[in-house]
Design a protein around this ligand. Sequence first.
Ligand code: BGC
Length: 313
Amino acid sequence: MYYLGIDVGGTTIKGIIIDGSGKISAEDRTETKAGGEAVAKGIASLVGKLLKKLNLSAGDVAGVGIGCPGVIDSARGRVVFAGNLGINDYPLAQEVACLTGMKIKLTNDANAAALGEAKFGAGSAYGDSIFVTLGTGVGGGIIIGGKLFEGGSSAGTEIGHMVIVEGGKSCTCGRRGCWEAYASATALIEATKEAMLSDKNSAMWECGGLEKVTGETPFIYCGRDGSARRVVDEYIGHLACGIVNLANIFRPEAIILGGGVSAQGERLNAPLREILSREIMGGTGYAPVKIVTATLGSRAGAFGAAALFMAEN
Ligand code: BGC
């Protein structure tokens, strides 16, 4: 039996087909277009492409698991609200089922990624872990005692919308000062562009101009450029603030970083560990909290979505 997983991101929709052991048989991606209908159509055409690659028909696959950003009503397969995708109350599972004729399960994208890591990646070593994704938004998946904790009506664990600066930058959720407005890849790119504009001599201009800036840009130049260094330091400070908050509230065994920015690995994890050990309540001697990078990389969400159709999920 095959399992098909879809991860809806702010810029791309990724899809994979895996077998029961987690071996990838096919994968592909398509660009994300905003709005419920556009997302449903994007998913359906990606599903079609993936099946075609392996010459499979719908019946060869247990179903299509979808991870989608936002508040998700997983029991009814609805996206209640996804600010970054411009979706307000949309029956995504039902629409994709109509377009593909397949069984659909829907969950939050970060919850899917947490499940993926717990089953096939970095999270498998821990009973209690928090997955933090740093991409277009900041998302979270909380695993307690080996089980995903989704909050009431599967609408909780929106860690990116924890305020770290009261009255701070505005967020797509409508609130101000959310962690996401400072720690997402989107926020990092924005801060990098601002730093370049206010320093015409910054080495960061070597990247090829403002439109070539990615979340990696300030990390590439921070060794020899003061403006890049400041962007990285401020970013890590904001990221650490939310991480220490989560560590104090849940005291997980590990915090697993995923999403685009997590590709920085130890350049990110080492300073985060240092701040965490300095600021966490009571120090790290008792109940230490590890900071690690997701081992499934950008595939964590698609893996977890596919696993929604595996027996124990
Ligand atoms: C959304 C979350 C999502 C995260 C990452 C946030 O803006 O509110 O539901 O998990 O972005 O995509």
